[in-house]
Design a protein around this ligand. Sequence first.
Ligand code: SAH
Ligand code: SF4
Ligand code: F3S
Length: 488
Amino acid sequence: MDREIDLALTPPGESDRAGGARLAGALNLDPDTARRLHARLDPKVYIETFGCQMNEHDTEIMYGILGRMGYAQASGPEEADVLLFNTCAIRESAVEHALGRIGQLKPLKYKNPDLVVGVCGCLPQVEGQTERLLRMFPHLDLIFGTHNIHQLPELIERARHERETVVDVWESMGPDGIPERLPVQRAGTLKAWVTIIYGCNKRCSYCIVPRTRGRERSRLPEDIVAEVQELGRQGYKEITLLGQNVNAYGKDLGYTDFGDLLTLLDQSSPGIERIRFTTNHPKDFTPKMVEAIARAPKVCEWLHLPVQSGSDAVLRRMRRSYNRRQYLDLVRRIREWMPDAVITTDIIVGFPGETEDDFRQTLSLVEEVGYDAAFMFMFSPRAGTEAATLPDQLPQEVKKERLQRLIELQNRVSLAKNQAMVGRVEEILVEGLDKGKADRVYGRTRGNKLVTAPGSADLIGRLVPVRITEAHIWTLEGSVVEAAVATG
Ligand code: SAH
Ligand code: SF4
Ligand code: F3S
């Protein structure tokens, strides 16, 4: 076979080692040169993501940018020519997880000195952490932050050519422009994330995010509408609007707010069937927003409403700027407008100075609200935040024991909520086959509950009515209501 044809047939996705070996034979090259040549002809990138949805969406954008540079997605870190770690700094456990993985994959760099290894995301944005990364991992080629992922082509080029680690993190936390129309390689074909606001202006005393993501910056409504309309044209059915505090949307623009945005998107998004949003701050959740959600048919009745604690004393020290009564008023208002709304939350146990009585108030709030689900965390002191320096830091055993009790209670509450749904018909957007089984599908209700049901692949991408037949703590089972599907 002709050599040029051989090159043209370099199958995409092949590892540099395998492809290089083939090229070495065909072109009579030494193995190292052949491997490098293969990496240039068919470069691949792999990104490991550790954080929240915002980080995951940043990863999709980085894949998009690298895709335009000719990089395909590698199937694993061993296949990659560029390997990035998109880190999270919210709790020490998230940091340790990322550091462990960066260390574990260090040998890949020794095996292949041309591999570009980079760390990005929230961790390098935290004071002192870039230095820590450099100390621990001198093999890193690149460290960058959350605000400059659009400069990736230039950063990678520099990392390839400079001998020192290229470092580009956000030094001043001033407002930054929002780069629009970045390419995105989305992980799914039915559901898509759409960022509406970057950063956070709140100053919750335990939280590192304002330092990692900077001040609030809202995207223009017309840019959001354009992105959502394009998603509708591409066949996406569901979008999730993202922000650390979506309820603050538009404050910096001065002429619109989150309620307006929901109404606008509901009316201007052909093809999109469901609109979700996360995450909310109870303080900024206005009655107008509750009404907008209830009135907009596409906007789903799922509200993630982080409460953090049920004790007013703790809420004050957390600087959450609402108290228990105000929070419960908001829940009541939501239920008045949407009696079946699914409400989920985030809770921190073991905040400095949290007494047994404070903690019991959290437990009683969980029962009073009746959360469908909750993310529950032990307080993790973050260097540089106010809460890390508060007196009466609690021992790990106390935090653990409280977390355990809280999880037990929440599991009971979740199960009871789910059991109450048995017999009801819920609309499910079918997303795929359940664990690869050919005769069982899964999807989510409007309230974001996971349901599995007998069904085949032809249901994927459709909204189908499903009668709930069985309830578990985290999932539901059901059966498709056939007549409605046939006529629907
Ligand atoms: N902007 C979101 C929160 C993002 S962080 C909001 O305000 O809801 C997600 C969750 O992590 C928070 O709601 C909180 O429950 C938890 N969290 C944040 N900082 C933490 C810390 N230092 N220790 C433990 N949990 C923390
Ligand atoms: Fe952190 Fe509070 Fe901002 Fe949420 S609202 S990101 S918890 S500072
Ligand atoms: Fe983590 Fe950054 Fe998100 S700190 S939770 S990845 S905003």
